[in-house]
Design a protein around this ligand. Structure first.
Ligand SMILES: *Cc1c(COP(=O)(O)O)cnc(C)c1O
Ligand SMILES: *[C@@H]1O[C@H](CO)[C@@H](O)[C@H](O)[C@H]1NC(C)=O
Ligand SMILES: *[C@@H]1O[C@H](CO)[C@@H](O)[C@H](O)[C@H]1NC(C)=O
Length: 424
């Protein structure tokens, strides 16, 4: 009975959140007073990150209709559509988007300009304290050369959260999306129309205050650059080996692991180099108590049989230490709609993962992210042992990861309309 009431209360609170964010905060305070911490956290995690995208800004934002375009006089020669040459982040397009902000004047007009290097003051805050956040999205060429963006509104929403966390200026996400789609139109010949190819979109905000104090910046620059990219692995899907270093962590409770802020990434390059030197491809991140978080810059999924023999797709819950991936969110929705097995967001411990592999219950493991889409995992290195999971050598992936990869690729590059696709 008590449980039932608690569940009803949860439902009530959740529907209230949907109605108004401020009311959610009031209820949150009420709940905080009346419930134990673990219950409050449970309530939090069931609140889907991308369910209600509020892209508005309480401050005056730049507007897409004010955008000006200066076309380049020197068009760059495009690289060939060869996956070995068109690697991730190697080539930029002809133009970029730039919008400046100052505390006094607010946002400037958005400008599409020829791609250029910045001249930056050596005191600029972003250079010293990583007051900087970014996003990663993709645009695809559909049939008849249409430009298709995939859930760009979710990227806009997430970027607003990151900016707020760093006291960078807020903006209207729908307006930024329109500006980015305008940039994609200007550079549309750069979006490859071959299967597996796409155009990576990198929006960034940097703090440009010219003073060395650690504080909220009074100046900022928002810019967006594009790069044509080939498939992450030229030969299609390719399983990776991940290593679990029990002493190095990526993010901790109360920290900023849940935001795409630049400071999260610099400390990961040395551990990456270290695991690569011992024959692994990526780090599997977890907390000292074994709470599994992510793999490299991907979210994690485990497809296993639980101890009752039921098939479950499990992914770590959004506890603030994990990046709320848009591909993660998409896979959860797609697999829930399949209704073939349980789909669960929960706390996952490395001990459970190892146990499932050892007992032969692990069916598949994979990561998800915009750059790779789906990344099958073939082995986990943990405590001096390597735990391997079989995969279909013909598919170079498990059956489910292969199926999900095809489903998401079809949505992105196929010719069907879809609620996640905006045709520019
Ligand atoms: C960007 C990112 C992801 C993946 O997010 P998507 O929106 O799915 O691309 C996962 N983990 C980390 C740490 C990231 O930075
Ligand atoms: C492509 O354009 C042609 C001519 O406008 C049209 O007949 C065809 O249906 C279009 N194809 C798709 C997939 O939209
Ligand atoms: C874990 O990382 C630390 C620091 O990066 C390194 O010194 C240590 O050797 C690593 N542990 C293992 C088991 O590789």
């Amino acid at each position: 009975m008590k449980i039932l009431i608690a569940q009803l209360l949860n439902q009530l609170v959740l529907s209230q959140c949907v109605i108004a964010q401020y009311r959610y905060q009031i209820i949150q305070i009420f709940i905080l007073r009346s419930m134990s911490v673990s219950k409050v956290q449970k309530l939090f995690f069931r609140f889907s990150y991308y369910k209600n995208l509020d892209l508005t800004s309480p401050y005056p934002s730049f507007q897409a209709r004010d955008m000006t375009t200066t076309h380049t006089m020197h068009y760059i020669t495009k690289p060939p559509c060869d996956p070995k040459i068109m690697t991730f982040g190697a080539f930029h397009t002809d133009h970029m988007l730039e919008i400046d902000w100052t505390e006094k004047m607010g946002w400037s007009r958005p400008q599409i300009i020829p791609f250029k290097s910045f001249s930056i003051h050596p005191f600029a805050a972003c250079l010293h304290y990583a007051i900087e956040c970014f996003e990663g999205a993709k645009a695809y060429k559909g049939p008849n050369k249409t430009i298709r963006t995939f859930r760009l509104d979710c990227n806009m929403y997430r970027m607003k959260q990151s900016a707020k966390r760093l006291s960078l200026p807020d903006f209207d996400g729908a307006e930024l999306q329109k500006c980015i789609e305008g940039l994609l139109k200007v550079d549309q010949d750069w979006i490859p129309d071959r299967p597996g190819f796409s155009c990576y979109i990198r929006p960034t905000i940097i703090a440009t205050e010219e003073a060395l104090g650690v504080r909220a910046s009074s100046r900022a620059k928002l810019f967006v650059v594009l790069c044509p990219v080939g498939p992450y692995f030229p030969s299609g899907l390719k399983p990776v080996r991940v290593f679990c270093n029990t002493t190095t962590i990526r993010s901790a409770p109360g920290g900023v692991g849940g935001y795409k802020v630049a400071g999260n990434y610099a400390p990961t390059v040395m551990p990456l180099k270290e695991v690569q030197q011992i024959g692994f491809h990526q780090n599997l991140w977890m907390l000292p108590d074994g709470l599994v978080q992510e793999m490299g810059v991907c979210n994690l999924f485990f497809f296993w049989k639980n101890k009752q023999g039921e098939r479950e797709l499990v992914t770590p819950q959004l506890d603030g230490t994990i990046l709320p991936g848009i591909v993660r969110d998409s896979l959860l929705e797609l697999t829930r709609d399949m209704k073939q097995f349980k789909v669960i967001e929960k706390k996952v411990y490395i001990q459970e993962v190892i146990e499932a592999i050892s007992e032969g219950r692990m069916i598949e493991m994979f990561g998800s992210g915009t750059a790779v889409s789906i990344q099958p995992i073939e082995a986990i290195g943990y405590n001096d042992k390597i735990y391997e999971v079989k995969y279909d050598p013909k598919l170079n992936a498990g059956e489910l990861s292969h199926q999900l990869f095809d489903m998401i690729t079809e949505i992105q590059t196929g010719n069907k309309p879809h609620k996640w696709i905006n045709v520019v």
